[in-house]
Design a protein around this ligand. Sequence first.
Ligand SMILES: Nc1ncnc2c1ncn2[C@@H]1O[C@H](COP(=O)(O)OP(=O)(O)OP(=O)(O)O)[C@@H](O)[C@H]1O
Ligand SMILES: [Mg+2]
Length: 417
Amino acid sequence: MDKRPLQLHKKQLEFVLSNNRFTSFIGGIGSGKSHAGCAKAGLASGGIIGGQQVIPVPNLGVITAPTYANVRDVTLRTFQEMFAPAIRKFHKAEMRAEMINGSEILFRSVENYEVLRGINVSWWFGDEAALYHEDVWKIMIGRLRQFGRSGYAWLTTTPKGRNWLWREFVAKQRDAYRMIKARTTQNPYLDRDYVESLIEAYSGDFAAQELDGDFISFEGLIYPEFDYGTHVFQEMPERRRFKRVVAGVDWGFVNPGVVLVVGVDGDDNLWVLHEEYARKRRIEEWTAVAADLHQTYKISEFFCDPSDPDNIKHFKQAGLNAKQANNSVLAGIQRVRQQLVVRENGRPGLNFRNGSPNLIAEFSEYQWASNRDGLRDEPRKAQDHAMDALRYAVVGALGMTGVQRGGIGASTGSYIG
Ligand SMILES: Nc1ncnc2c1ncn2[C@@H]1O[C@H](COP(=O)(O)OP(=O)(O)OP(=O)(O)O)[C@@H](O)[C@H]1O
Ligand SMILES: [Mg+2]
């Protein structure tokens, strides 16, 4: 294995030295989660857990992230930077690293998580785990049985409300489980300006969650009808099913920017096919991303956050059909709620691909703000980035008026831009 000493901050070291069967590193944005998880993975491929040789070598491990793009651009890259000298070969088509000691590591997205049932590994590292479906956890802990021994799992993530992860690592107190928490400010390797900009961007509950890594339970949700089992699909529908494809765009830099690609089928049911969700991307990069998405999906219209006409101009100059989205917030929310209703055919009018993890997570955080009189008449301006992009796309695709009763074909979309 790599003989360079691993340099870790205090919380990362505690995590890497933990010898529990199930360990989680729960931290704020940039607290060093991916780095810590990869450190543990590199050591595990050398047979080491918690500083001791406990797994046979060579062994097989798996590293997962919410989407394929996430695995490739973040987790794999972090691992390669840290362990380059210990990797003999990386097989790109299979997303498999072959280590010098003969161990192997698979890099997988959890978009189609059912396929993970087919593997047997000694260890599993799940990055950004709060964005996974609970079934991923259930499936994966059943896969830890290479050599007929039970293996090890560790997760790293910023919390997203009190979901399954909270139940597993906080609510049920069990000996095999250990949680290590870290705040964004506890990572000394983080750029100071970046930390300052994050501190400025978050307050209240959201600062507690996003910067301190606390599990917050969010109340007064705007879309209480959203349900993972009902609204999320795994398999990509056939393209010819869609009469057109549109996109909703929310601009951001310190806050994430978002592009959602949405297919409209013959019954005016909407299918969110792709989520782009990233911080620190400039308009030039967003334009390139949007042009790529247009290549893939033939997007007829981009409905964009109207607050930044210059950005819209940028899209137009690249030949994209970009328009100002209708930004009537309450009416738009009402329109989205109508689409969430399950139709006579048993499917809702709005469906989300499992590869849209941030969008799905925002459903459990998007809340009404209480005004001075205690009235809840506008959304809190936090964790609303994918929610805004979704509203732009839905209203753009179907118009503001629409289904009242939720029957198939009852939509009278007026196709306003
Ligand atoms: N032990 C370390 N030594 C050197 N640099 C580190 C270390 N840990 C983290 N970093 C650096 O700090 C930054 C954030 O680390 P990392 O990406 O692991 O954090 P994260 O919590 O996964 O962030 P995000 O919330 O964006 O997923 C990166 O630039 C990373 O290279
Ligand atoms: Mg990370």
